[in-house]
Write a protein that binds this ligand. Sequence first.
Ligand code: ADP
Ligand code: MG
Length: 415
Amino acid sequence: MLNKKTVDDLKDISGKKVLVRCDFNVPLKQGVIQNFKRIDGALPTIKKLLEKGAKVILCSHLGKPKGQPLPEMSLAPVVQALSERLGVTVKFVDDPKVTGEETKKIASGLKDGEVFLLQNTRYRIEETKYGKEESAEVYAKELASLCDNQIFVNDAFGTAHRAHCSNVGVTKYTKENVAGYLVEKELKFLGDALNKPVKPFLAILGGAKVSDKINVIENLLNKVDSIIIGGAMAYTFLKAQGIETGKSLVEEDKLDLAKDLLKKANEKGVKFLLPLDHVIADKVDFANKTVPADGIVKNTQSTSIEADFMGVDVGPKTIAEFSDVVKNAKTIVWNGPLGIFEIDQFSKGTVEIAKLVAQATDNGAISVVGGGDSVSAVKKAGVDKRISHVSTGGGASLEFLEGKELPGIAVLPEK
Ligand code: ADP
Ligand code: MG
């Protein structure tokens, strides 16, 4: 059911125009690209199309210009990085209308093996209004007409949870729609983990809020053998069981829900592991990601947290308890850090678990890490290369774990 047609299924595309939706939403600082992962991730699909002799038109959004042609969100910085990597001079025009006259002219005059990058698809306000406003239908048509309404490839997993003109709308007007290799890879790893996991199947969930991850927990409770809960989310579960949590981030309005989830886990025989001890601090400067000079940081002796202190990381007993479960798991899905890992002093729990996940993977487990902060965390731990699959889509991977159908994927036909 997630066996989508891919670029491998495209026949006889030599000399044809192919429109590819990429995820070039790269982090920029004063116009300089800070991380090339997304550009590198798009290369296999583009190279394959060039190999097959296609004329390649690329499109992507970058940031949230909300219909304004903001120069700081121009895709211009991507052009050079892409040209260098492909060994082809990528054509580009700073077209505030994205599909304006100059763009149409270049697209129609493309020769075999040439690559053309369109300007930021969100320079047009219609991009995010697909299905809501008639003008979006027009924009989707304009995008499709650039490739003569022929072939569209969606390789932007990071946007797959959105139904926008450049990933969903356009498919209505193109003849053939397929997934790119990056999307294929994401679907394979996330899909296999959820739908045919090798047991024992472990989910590690953390991060700031229970409310962000309720649907993920609900969905995973039907699939996993164990769930490890860390991060601020753990305190809502602890408090729901009557444990003192001091000043820790607790979502008071989610206490009943937490109780309910604990009950469900119990009924389903899912092992639900919560922290046994904690690193606690009386002051945290969240804005500057530091502990103030007069701040007190210590370990708790038990599960409860004294008044005036907040839980900021899992403690050593917890790491020891979690470690056996991680080591024995054969499928691991991880979303959300176990502490305020951005602050070095509070990163130990997350880093240790990341190392254990890497070790389990070395020993044959399949591991999938999703979520923007979680990906940074496995990098910080220096183990990202040892994880089976590090998802490129934050929101998209989360919605996938919730069991939702992603609109950008749903419109692509099965093999
Ligand atoms: P992801 O981006 O991987 O989905 P989230 O955005 O849900 O993860 O959560 C990451 C955030 O959770 C981080 O900024 C981290 O500092 C925060 N966090 C983790 N543990 C705690 C804690 N004990 N108290 C406050 N914030 C926490
Ligand atoms: Mg996050």
